[in-house]
Ligand binder design. Structure first.
Ligand code: XIL
Length: 316
């Protein structure tokens, strides 16, 4: 999310104008993450997050909150302190953070990604299991990480009774080992009375990987538990596109994957939101993160809508 501080509706930048006009829900890409919003112990910096809220309010948009418990983009002080934290100390820090941040935007954020990417991948050391090494909070509470996760949801619910509280992850679209783990976790949390309300599939897709379309069945099994579901960070990157134009086949596949994601959400009554992770290639996280990959968003860097943009509008 860029350029929202000092936003004036009367003189918007092109980015702001499109962001304000084309979307009815927005999500801060980084502005509510720990490193941004809680840079030092006891010090909160809400400037950028407040600017997002103000922008949304002026443009009559809803806001998805992202994120409260994650292994990445934590401030240095958390990473340092966590090397010696007891579980009680970690819990106190997390509780203060969740209470403060969720409380500040009470009744203004309709969904929060409470726990983000808490499971490892199949290829990680130890396979699909909770990130009790990389996540500083889960690490401190490695003896019972699920208790901490449950409490994170409870603290968030305490701070905002209306917000829908989500688990969220990548590689979480189809039915696979990771989503099996989420499904089992969600059942246990619900059985424990944890205020878990939703499951978010990020949907960071790449044309170098197949797309099995198991999304409908996966979303359905979560909604059958009584949970909401959402597509939370959609983009479709093209490998090897750096320095060239995509081929016609790539452009078509980029569009059809976007449409299939959208259709899965539209087909499930419990699907509350569909969020794309940036809408302009110049501002996309993809080229800096995945070497050689790009063209992932709905618009070129100069704001030309791609076929995916029109195809999604037509699918609505
Ligand atoms: C990414 C942002 O887009 C980048 O700007 C930042 O440098 C790193 O994080 N999954 C998530 C998001 O949940 O928070 C990540 O966002 C992308 C992957």
């Amino acid at each position: 999310m860029r350029d929202l501080i000092g936003y004036q509706k009367s003189a918007p930048t092109r980015f702001q104008q499109i962001l304000g006009a084309q979307f009815d829900s927005i999500t801060p890409e980084n502005d509510m993450k720990w490193a941004e919003i809680h840079p030092s112990p006891g010090v909160y910096d809400f400037e950028r997050a407040d600017a997002v809220m103000r922008f949304a309010q002026l443009n009559k948009q809803q806001v998805r909150g992202h994120t409260l418990l994650w292994h990445s983009q934590n401030p240095a002080w958390v990473n340092e302190a966590s090397t010696t934290w007891t579980c009680d100390e970690a819990r106190a820090v997390l509780k203060d953070h969740i209470t403060t941040v969720v409380g500040r935007y009470k009744n203004k954020i309709y969904e929060w990604d409470v726990a983000n990417e808490i499971f490892q991948d199949t290829w990680d050391n130890g396979g699909v299991r909770l990130r009790t090494e990389a996540n500083p909070f889960l690490k401190a509470c490695a003896a019972d990480p699920e208790a901490l996760i449950g409490d994170a949801f409870r603290w968030a619910h305490q701070a905002d009774k209306k917000a829908l509280l989500f688990l969220n992850d990548y590689n979480a679209e189809g039915i696979n080992e990771k989503t099996d783990a989420y499904y089992a976790l969600a059942k246990r949390l619900l059985a424990d009375g944890v205020p878990l309300h939703g499951f978010g599939a990020q949907a960071h897709l790449s044309l170098q990987y197949g797309y099995d379309g198991g999304l409908d069945a996966n979303l359905k099994r979560f909604s059958d538990l009584g949970l909401k579901v959402a597509i939370t960070e959609a983009d479709v990157r093209i490998p090897g596109v750096e320095g060239r134009e995509p081929t016609a086949a790539e452009v078509a596949e980029h569009a059809s994957r976007h449409v299939r994601l959208l259709e899965s959400c539209l087909a499930n009554e419990a699907c509350t939101s569909f969020t794309v992770w940036g809408f302009n290639d110049d501002y996309s996280w993809v080229p800096q993160t995945f070497a050689g990959e790009g063209w992932a968003t709905l618009m070129t860097g100069d704001y030309q809508p791609k076929p995916a943009f029109d195809a999604m509008v037509a699918a609505l």
